[in-house]
Design a protein around this ligand. Structure first.
Ligand SMILES: [Fe+2]
Length: 263
């Protein structure tokens, strides 16, 4: 996530409605249309079911309160509109309360293929469908609780767990390997890289390995971690994550498989 964003949060009116322009609806429509086609054979069934449960469709940017109501009916999870960038402590606090923080602006056309900060397409299309799945929603909420309890000294490594699961996770299914991470399902480049071109490394999810793996947010991922089930994912929360992070810090990071960012 960049330190500064050129986007500002949209604010709701007194009825909780966010106003989007016809151009913004058109951008949602284009993004939705191409991703839903690409994901049919590439995303896991739980994600695709979640798209239906939430009633997401092409014509316009969905309203946050509709997503919130449908999610609540499914798993009790909710969403909360936030500015484009929020502090890690606030982020984890919201997750622990069962609220997924949503940036409410949508990208401009110049960023239609790639945007560094999360916009509402990434948030709603990427993150919200799987939050209709009970095991996944439990993982996210309990991960937030663990993160709040551990505090900011652990944030750096907690974001690695989040990155390699919620953002860029893959899952083994009866139909083969499928994607579920929001950074993959909301990005055509990432979907193709992980599911079609596969010029990357796939590793079975292992907590200690993940904790020692550095990542860059602004490149197509060179490494993906693959889980076997969402119940397995939720079981991470039963481990002593704090002790694992302390051990990972003592062991040190693996050498990056990518070039350092030019500054
Ligand atoms: Fe995200």
């Amino acid at each position: 996530m960049p330190k500064e964003s050129t986007y500002t949060a949209k604010l709701p009116d007194q009825d909780g409605i966010y106003a989007y322009t016809p151009e913004e609806d058109a951008i949602w429509s284009e993004l939705y249309g191409r991703q839903i086609a690409l994901l049919a054979d590439n995303a896991c069934d739980e994600y695709l079911e979640g798209v239906k449960t939430l009633g997401l469709d092409a014509p316009r940017v969905p309203q946050l309160k509709d997503v919130d109501a449908r999610l609540k009916r499914a798993t009790g999870f909710g969403v909360e509109g936030v500015p484009a960038l929020i502090a890690p402590s606030k982020f984890f606090q919201l997750l622990s309360e069962g609220k997924f923080p949503l940036a409410t602006f949508i990208r401009r056309r110049e960023h239609i293929d790639y945007i560094e900060e999360p916009d509402i397409f990434h948030e709603v299309f990427g993150h919200c469908p799987l939050l209709t799945n009970a095991a996944y929603a439990s993982f996210v909420r309990r991960f937030g609780e663990n993160a709040v309890a551990l505090g900011k000294d652990y944030s750096w490594h907690l974001f690695r767990i989040f990155w390699f699961t919620v953002e860029f996770g893959l899952i083994n299914t009866e139909k083969g390997r499928r994607c579920y991470g929001a950074g993959i399902v909301s990005s055509p480049n990432e979907t193709r890289a992980a599911m079609v071109e596969k010029a990357c490394e796939f590793r079975p999810f292992d907590l200690m390995t993940v904790l020692r793996t550095p990542y860059r947010i602004d490149i197509v991922q060179p490494i993906y971690y693959v889980i076997d089930s969402f119940a397995d994912l939720d079981a991470i929360n039963d481990e002593d994550i704090g002790a694992a992070i302390r051990e990972a810090k003592a062991l040190g990071d693996f050498a990056p498989t990518f070039a350092a960012k030019a500054s």
